[in-house]
Design a protein around this ligand. Structure first.
Ligand code: FEO
Ligand code: CA
Ligand code: CA
Ligand code: CA
Length: 644
């Protein structure tokens, strides 16, 4: 295949305005569907060039694979960051493909609006941090402003929103997770010494909504009515079966506040952002001053401990809400571990914890819609031997939206059981299951106890399911990263490595997204790449672009002299190329694109783990400046599609 022709076709498809071709405005097809059908139409129009675009649709099943492709991918023509490049560096600054430009934006501590409080290294108050970018940049998504979408009144709003965003590429709302930041980096000390220290730490966690614009070629935050910080002390709401449940009430009667350890993310086809609460147990501990704390079975299942877990956060010493031994705050921890929906277009809207989607250490929420109109979300639970989940809306999601019901409130939660022979089954987690009906009196109780419910029905213990990504908005194949599992001593069909030091990636396809049968295969095993230019370990962040490329981000000790990295993989040939390599001690995570795919955003998380002698990124190397988590915008020097 001629790469130049292929690229020209892709560029021409993406450059042109996407005009709505549907003849039935009540047929609210998701955006990807619309884009897909538009591209298919253009394929036909382009006649002989159409075959050059085959690779476009290979992963989404729109066109059959050519079957005779060379091993060299037609989807990538950039020069990778090589092992030699990595070896030549000192890990203090990132490396990017010579075919790409990179630009840093929104580092931790910068104001979310230019008019906000300036960053002072270890000198900002908690009040200032509440108006500054948080730390631990992780999952994120770029949303065009609704006001840029020029809605067509003849179309339903949701349809129009999804259709028109394709032309909005130089400004938008970045929703970004702030997973965590250690005390050393955030406070400049090993542990908090006051409630004010704890508040600084709490306000550095959560989510930011930041309006960014590309001005004179530079991405930067601008003042905006939509800019806001959501942190550990922001009022939140609950919906779904566990909302209002006694297990979410405390004796103190304190209102629900906050989201924490926001790691992976998702989006919805109705234009909202999903943030995943992961290792929430780390922030709770027990002072044992008012009573002696003994963990319940559920608390044990999540790993709550008297002295916290990682990070030495010690919030519980200064903020009773996080003290497991304070009887006034019994059940406070049940308010975390949920999927949280945020409307980026309304800064006054409280984040909503969607309890129907289960309570675990959430990672990722990739969706696809079945022919019956019901939407399925695929979600990992990142812990050794934990599970892969699916949530399916009760009715066609557009009907539910039209009726004023959130598709995330009424639906069914499933957990995956993988079997030999590349088949599997989704097991329903509800009172329809006799075992679960004997354990729980109502769905609210079951959902708070999601992990224990899944234990009881024979779910397959996985090697730390992290992100999910789907190939298509309709009947898509889902990829899931299994980051590693150093403790595995017994293999199962889907987790064959004992131990699994470096992780693998599985892909699976439901017979129908709302059904219970699926087929699966292992896509890549990280260990197989070691000693080659494709070397990677510990896959974590994951994305699939419109052309089918698989974006893989890593979090863990890389082999062959590498730092954590971003790689692009071809879904058919499985060729892998390294697009970006981070700095000492960091993790590369978060994937977002401008709609025209000319800019990709990724995150450099915990560079140097906060140690200035490891790296000072994004500052120039001086061995003194505290490194800061930040977003990096990547673009091709030739203006082409990112990832190509
Ligand atoms: Fe926060 Fe599972 O990585
Ligand atoms: Ca992370
Ligand atoms: Ca992760
Ligand atoms: Ca991870």
């Amino acid at each position: 295949m001629n790469k130049a022709v292929d690229k020209d076709v892709i560029d021409s498809l993406l450059d042109d305005d996407i005009e709505y071709q549907g003849n039935n405005p009540t047929d609210n097809r998701p955006f990807y569907d619309i884009l897909k059908s538009e591209m298919e139409r253009r394929d036909v129009l382009k006649g002989s060039l159409a075959s050059a675009a085959t690779g476009f649709f290979a992963a989404s099943g729109i066109a059959a694979s050519t079957g005779a492709q060379a091993q060299t991918s037609s989807l990538m023509n950039f020069t990778p960051v090589s092992l030699a490049d990595a070896e030549a560096g000192d890990g203090k600054q990132p490396l990017v493909s010579p075919d790409y430009d990179m630009q840093v934006l929104i580092p931790w501590g910068d104001p979310i609006e230019p008019s906000g409080p300036a960053y002072k290294e270890h000198g900002n108050t908690s009040q200032e941090q509440a108006n500054q970018v948080g730390i631990g940049h992780d999952g994120m998504w770029f949303f065009p402003l609704a006001e840029d979408l020029e809605p067509d009144p003849s179309l339903p709003v949701i349809n129009d929103f999804l259709r028109r965003w394709f032309n909005v590429n130089t400004r938008g709302l970045m929703c970004i997770n702030h997973e965590f930041g250690n005390n050393f980096q955030v406070l400049g000390k090993e542990a908090p010494e006051s409630l004010e220290d704890v508040r600084i730490s709490q306000h550095a966690h959560g989510v930011s909504v930041i309006q960014i614009e590309q001005i004179d070629g530079v991405w930067q935050p601008v003042d905006s009515q939509f800019a806001r910080r959501i942190h550990v002390n922001t009022p939140v709401e609950y919906s779904g079966p566990a909302a209002g449940h006694p297990l979410l009430q405390t004796p103190a009667g304190n209102i629900p506040l906050g989201t924490v350890n926001n790691c992976g993310n998702g989006t919805t086809p109705w234009g909202t952002y999903l943030t995943c609460e992961e290792n929430f147990n780390a922030y709770f501990g027990a002072t044992n001053t008012e009573s002696t704390w003994v963990p319940t079975a559920l608390q044990e299942r999540f790993g709550f401990a008297e002295g916290g877990t990682f990070g030495n956060y010690q919030w519980w010493v200064w903020d009773k809400r996080f003290d497991l031994s304070d009887p006034d705050f019994t059940n406070e921890e049940n308010r975390f571990g949920w999927m949280v929906e945020i409307d980026p277009q309304d800064a006054n809207n409280a984040p909503i914890k969607r309890t129907a989607m289960g309570r675990f250490k959430h990672e990722g929420a990739a969706w696809t819609v079945g022919d019956d109109g019901r939407i399925a979300f695929y979600m990992g639970d990142d812990e050794r031997f934990d599970y892969l989940y699916k949530y399916v809306s009760a009715e066609p999601y557009q009907q539910m939206l039209a009726a004023g019901v959130s598709p995330l409130d009424e639906g069914t939660l499933y957990v995956a059981q993988f079997s030999e022979g590349g088949v599997g089954e989704w097991i329903e987690l509800s009172l329809n299951n006799a075992t679960l009906a004997s354990m729980y009196t109502d769905m609210g109780e079951l959902l708070v106890n999601t992990r224990l419910a899944a234990d009881a029905v024979g779910a397959t213990p996985m090697d730390r399911p992290e992100w999910t990504a789907t190939t298509s908005a309709t009947n898509g194949t889902c990829y899931v990263t299994l980051t590693n599992n150093s403790r595995r001593t017994e293999a199962n069909a889907a987790n064959p490595l004992v131990p699994n030091a470096d992780g693998h990636i599985i892909r699976f396809t439901d017979d129908t997204p709302s059904g219970t049968a699926f087929s699966w295969e292992i896509f890549l095993i990280a260990e197989d790449t070691h000693g080659t230019e494709e070397s990677f370990s510990d896959p974590d962040g994951l994305g699939i672009d419109f052309q089918g490329r698989v974006w893989i981000e890593t979090d863990g000790g890389q082999k062959d002299g590498l730092q954590d990295q971003l790689l692009i993989a071809d879904p058919d040939t499985k060729e892998i190329r390294r697009l970006f390599m981070g700095v000492n001690g960091d993790e590369i995570t978060g994937i977002a694109f401008t709609p025209n795919r000319r800019t990709a955003f990724i995150n450099v998380q915990h560079p140097g783990n906060g140690d200035p002698t490891a790296t000072n990124f994004p500052a120039a190397t001086d061995n003194v400046t505290v490194p800061r988590d930040c977003t990096v915008a990547l673009s091709r020097k030739d203006g082409g599609v990112v990832g190509s």
